[in-house]
Structure formats: structure tokens, C-alpha cells
Design a protein around this ligand. Structure first.
Ligand code: NAD
Length: 308
């Protein structure tokens, strides 16, 4: 029997827990606030920001939105972030990527106050994650850790293969899995675009996490019996649908399912967890910045693991 993990159901449960945390903050006179900054005309980026803001509204998190003309000078973005850093009503700041070419992406990440960096991409927060005392775990890998926990899959002692080495998914995923901490202790192989013979690695893995952004890169023939498969990929491929496309993952679901003990679908697997863990980080940021202790917050995190 293969378990198909329902990311929407897991998310709903976590959001319920977070709701009670928001209530507790409210009792202390604090409304958590998340600022989203968009400097792009890209339709996908607009959709992501809209989804994040809607999730905030539903949870009772105040969402503040700033839109900057993509042709404006880079300083306009930096001044906006700087003002949000100083704004006491804002506990989390997120600049939607990608930013236009004339804006230095790394400087954007460095410009966000680390205590409000709910994406966890500021070098200080990356360093803390690597050093083993994370402040904010990046949302997608943290959501994956949580899904594994809920599925009863402990990475300890397993061989895990992460396909992809991006700063937002692959690398932080590896860093979480190798930590000597709950939800970690795996032996991890990182595969990427220059890896020779991907299948030779995935075939001997107990856990495969596919985050390459390449449609159906991993199929059943590349997997061993009983493997746990986490599909991060979201790829648009042409299809005979109303929209003219459909979304597929980095894993060929049907053949992978034949081999897997646990698998995530696309859509409805990792995707909803990413926004949920953003909400978690925002509530946590508010609790830390306002110095209000919130009971139950750790339950929302993977393996109840909180640091800071
Ligand atoms: P990215 O393009 O920044 O990185 C992709 C990585 O995959 C690179 O490190 C590259 O070396 C590796 N790669 C590419 N082709 C490969 C191949 N043939 N074999 C092995 N490795 C290969 O992408 P990203 O931002 O990490 O996102 C990856 C995918 O996950 C995308 O489809 C993206 O849309 C999706 N994503 C989903 C969520 C979510 O919440 N569901 C969040 C972030 C990203």
C-alpha cells in the first residue's frame, strides 16, 4: 500500500494550531504582520504573493503589501525594505523573487532585518541553519520535514537523495537532513545538473526529494521498492486543458507510486506546506520580536523543533 500524502490536510491542521497562537498574541495586544514586497510584472509572482496574503487574512495575520515598478531604480526597493525593517507593526518581510536584473538579488536578501527574515534567506539565518541553531527554517524544506514527520518517516539513519542544490530548496533541505537533531541524522547525497547518472543515486535511496524544476525527471525505474518520494517540482507542461497547460512535478507519479511506500502528489503535496510554514515563521517572528510566549507554537514546527 502506498500512502499519498495530503499536503492540504496537513496544512489545515497546522493552520488550526497557528490560529490559537494568533489568538494568544491577540490577547497580549499583538497582531502578527507580514509585509510582501513585489517588484515584478510576472504573473506567477503576482499569484504567489496573492496566495500568501490570502493565507494571512484567513489566519488573522495583518498583511502589508508594497508594489514597486519593475523599472524603478533599485534604491526604491531598498528604501521600502528599510522602512519595513523599522515598522513595529511588521514582524515578517518577504521580497518576492525574482527581482529585475538591475537589482542585486543578494543585496536584497541582506537588506532584510534578520529577525524579520521569515523566508530564512539572509546570510545570517542561512549560517544559523548550517550551524545547527536555526532562527527561521526556509519554508519549503521545513514543510517537507513536517510532512515526513506526519507520515511517520524519520530520516535518521536513512540514505536520502536530494535532487537540486538551489538556495531556496535543495541546499537548506540538505542542511536540515544532516543536522544532529530531530528530523535530521540522514546520510545525504546531493544531485544536481552536473551529476553523472542520477538514477544510480536515486535507486539506492530510502528517501528521494526531487527539486530540479524538470518535468517528470524521476520515474519508477529510478527508484527502489519502499522508497519515500517527496516531489517539490511545479512545472507547466502543454496539455489539452482549458488553460492549455497542466502542472506536473519532477516525479512521474504513476510509475513512482508503484515503488513508493509514501509519495507526495503535485499539486496538493509540498505546495500548501510552503505557505503554511511561512505563516508559522511569521507567528514565531511576532512572538520573538514582541517577547510574548505562545503555547502550542512548537507543535506546528517539524518535530516540535524550535530554536532561536
Ligand atoms: P532552481 O532552478 O533554482 O534549481 C534547480 C536545481 O535542480 C539546480 O540546483 C539544478 O542543478 C538541479 N537540476 C536541474 N536539472 C537537473 C537534472 N536534470 N538532474 C539533476 N539536477 C538537476 O529551482 P528551485 O527554485 O529549487 O525549484 C525547483 C522546483 O521546485 C521548481 O519546479 C519550482 O517551481 C519548485 N518549487 C516548488 C515549491 C513549492 O512550494 N511547491 C517551492 C519552491 C520551488
Amino acid at each position: 500500500m502506498t500512502t499519498v500524502l495530503d499536503g492540504n490536510a496537513v496544512s489545515e491542521q497546522i493552520r488550526e494550531t497557528l490560529g490559537s497562537c494568533v489568538d494568544q498574541l491577540g490577547d497580549a495586544g499583538v497582531t502578527p504582520g507580514l509585509a510582501t514586497v513585489l517588484m515584478s510584472d510576472d504573473a506567477a509572482s503576482e499569484t504567489y504573493v496573492r496566495m500568501k496574503r490570502r493565507a494571512c487574512d484567513e489566519l488573522g495575520v495583518e498583511s502589508v503589501h508594497r508594489e514597486i515598478d519593475p523599472d524603478a531604480p533599485a534604491d526604491e526597493l531598498f528604501e521600502t525594505v528599510s522602512a519595513l525593517n523599522e515598522d513595529p507593526a511588521v514582524h515578517g518581510i518577504l521580497v518576492q523573487m525574482p527581482v529585475p536584473d538591475h537589482v542585486d538579488r543578494r543585496r536584497v536578501l541582506r537588506s532584510i532585518a534578520p529577525a524579520k527574515d521569515v523566508d530564512g534567506f539572509h546570510p545570517e539565518n542561512v549560517g544559523r541553519l548550517v550551524a545547527g541553531h536555526p532562527r527561521f527554517k526556509p519554508c519549503t524544506p521545513h514543510g517537507i520535514q513536517k510532512l515526513l514527520e506526519v507520515a511517520g518517516v524519520d530520516p535518521e539513519g536513512t540514505d536520502a537523495v536530494v535532487v537540486g542544490r538551489s538556495d531556496i530548496v535543495g541546499k537548506p533541505m540538505v542542511n536540515l537532513l544532516i543536522q544532529k537533531a530531530p528530523g535530521g541524522n540522514a546520510t545525504v547525497t546531493v544531485c544536481h545538473s552536473r551529476t553523472d547518472d542520477l538514477a544510480s543515486h536515486t535507486r539506492r535511496a530510502d528517501i528521494v526529494i526531487a527539486a530540479a524544476g524538470y518535468p517528470e525527471l524521476v520515474d519508477g525505474s529510478m527508484l527502489s521498492e519502499g522508497v519515500v518520494v517527496i516531489d517539490v517540482g511545479v512545472n507547466r507542461v502543454d496539455a489539452d486543458t482549458e488553460k492549455g497547460y497542466e502542472l506536473v512535478g519532477d516525479v512521474e507519479f504513476d510509475s513512482a507510486r508503484e515503488k513508493a511506500s509514501v509519495i507526495t502528489p503535485v499539486p496538493g503535496g509540498v505546495g500548501p506546506m510552503t505557505i503554511t510554514m511561512l505563516l508559522y515563521n511569521t507567528v514565531r517572528a511576532a512572538s520573538m520580536l514582541e517577547d510574548v510566549e505562545v503555547s502550542g507554537l512548537a507543535e506546528a514546527a517539524a518535530w516540535g523543533d524550535e530554536d532561536g
